[in-house]
Write a protein that binds this ligand. Structure first.
Ligand code: ZN
Length: 302
């Protein structure tokens, strides 16, 4: 098993943008088009994505998301408390007191359940915003795993600080979010390049770049990044660290174009897809296309 790389493509499915400078597609329909394009690109290579979906969208288009699930995609909840239509907040999740986090997550779980008929079990917060109470609250609400962390990113105004966070699959800690612990919540962190120094992104944060196609708020990078080199660095560092379960997690957004010669995001995605097999072959690793559920089950069986 240690010579398998579990590859997880994920998408944060955002509601349509209501003001500029906020991520999200121009309409729900454009967002669903992006999902189908992304899905088609991945299927050609044998991958299935995990979608973290904002609750309003599940409620508005339940059939669309039910179909994705039927086709074997992972489906979880995504919540930006700043964008939550039912109770919009001034800050992202990590800036809220425990009772308020619980209330808003509970509301969004109900919306998800109303649309799909099942409670969400996977979670990723908007902007990877969380504090030391978040994992415990997620467990109280029945979540069993997700991608809450982006190791080392510092974006204080979004309440996203993951300095020193353990970067591989682990059980979350009940009181210190950066450490592995014993909560029944399997954290599968976003893959970032820890081999290069922390760098400043003009959007306003410090980070190690990740493989997302395009920039944070636009089709093109704020600072250009060679995706193939990034992939190489991430996997070489992982080989050296040799965690018991190796995962490559790629995040995309539903406001990018995943097809077409003219799209930088489409080219970035292809560069990652083209690189995975040869990089793994060089390391003697087998590639296994996975969803979050697949890896959670694998981790818990271990
Ligand atoms: Zn988001």
């Amino acid at each position: 098993m240690s010579h398998t790389l579990f590859v997880l493509f994920t998408m944060d499915v955002e509601p349509c943008q209501r003001k500029s400078g906020v991520s999200g597609p121009v309409s729900d329909e454009a967002g669903m088009r992006a999902i189908l394009d992304f899905e088609n690109v991945l299927r050609l290579r044998g991958y299935r994505a995990t979608y973290f979906v904002h609750p309003e969208l599940i409620e508005a288009h339940p059939e669309f998301y039910r179909n994705l699930r039927k086709e074997g995609c992972g489906l979880g909840l995504h919540l930006h408390t700043t964008k939550f239509s039912v109770a919009p907040q001034a800050c992202e999740l990590g800036g809220l007191a425990p009772a308020e986090q619980h209330r808003l997550l509970d509301l969004s779980v109900s919306m998800f359940e109303k649309g799909l008929g099942i409670r969400p079990r996977l979670f990723r917060p908007g902007c990877f915003s969380a504090n030391d109470d978040t994992y415990r609250i997620l467990c109280d609400l029945g979540f069993c795993g997700g991608g809450v962390s982006i190791p080392e990113r510092i974006w204080t105004e979004r309440f996203c600080i993951w300095s020193g966070a353990y970067p591989y699959v682990h059980l979350a800690h009940r009181s210190f979010r950066q450490c592995p612990g014993d909560l029944p919540f399997v954290e599968i962190p976003l893959s970032v390049d820890l081999t290069t120094p922390l760098r400043y992104n003009p959007v306003g944060f410090y980070h190690h770049p990740d493989l997302r196609p395009g920039g944070v708020y636009s089709e093109t990078d704020e600072v250009p990044v060679n995706r193939r080199a990034l992939l190489h660095n991430i996997l070489r560092r992982m080989a050296a660290d040799n965690p018991p379960i190796k995962t490559l997690v790629v995040d995309v957004h539903n406001d990018r174009h995943f097809t077409g010669e003219g799209s930088q995001a489409a080219r970035d995605l292809q560069a990652v897809l083209d690189g995975i097999e040869p990089e793994c072959r060089a390391l003697g690793w087998k590639v296994e296309a996975s969803t979050y559920e697949d890896v959670i089950q694998r981790f818990l069986r271990r």
